[in-house]
Design a protein around this ligand. Structure first.
Ligand code: ZN
Ligand code: ZN
Length: 141
């Protein structure tokens, strides 16, 4: 059996792209130099890699092919794929994994593929947010 897996072709960001990504407000991840394609291996058309998340609801994706590359914003208007997968926590079925690839993407949903791409390091501001959230949850109990 061949389970779907990520394309994972990597792209090195150019100076212009790095600069633009460094300027997005409220970044969720530490900047990186290279990104892996997150679509299913064997996909037609350009590669897609999540480059940065800005605030609560805008993600910047890099779309590239041999001849063309562009940073595109994926937000509620342009649409995420909302296919929901297995529960995040098997004890609590309220919260399920969401695909969150750009809407109408080719192939398997993100949660159908083993995570071959290494996790991103949260930005400093985001680390603080995660700590605050954890503290808040503890206080509520
Ligand atoms: Zn690809
Ligand atoms: Zn999907």
């Amino acid at each position: 059996m061949n389970s779907p897996h990520e394309c994972a072709t990597t792209v090195v960001l150019n100076e212009d792209e790095s600069e633009r990504l460094a300027q997005v407000p409220d970044p969720a991840h530490e900047p990186v130099d290279a990104l892996p394609c997150e679509l299913q291996a064997g996909h037609p058309g350009p590669h897609m890699a999540m480059a940065q998340v800005s605030g609560a609801d805008t993600a910047w994706w890099l779309r590239w092919s041999a001849t063309d590359r562009a940073l595109i914003a994926v937000d509620e208007e342009t649409g995420y794929c909302e296919a929901s997968g297995p529960a995040v926590d098997s004890q609590n079925r309220d919260e399920c994994w969401l695909c969150q690839l750009p809407a109408d993407h080719f192939g398997a949903h993100s949660w159908q593929m083993p995570n071959t791409t290494t996790g991103r390091i949260p930005s400093e501001a985001n680390q603080q947010k995660l700590i605050d959230l954890a503290n808040e949850l503890m206080e509520r109990q």
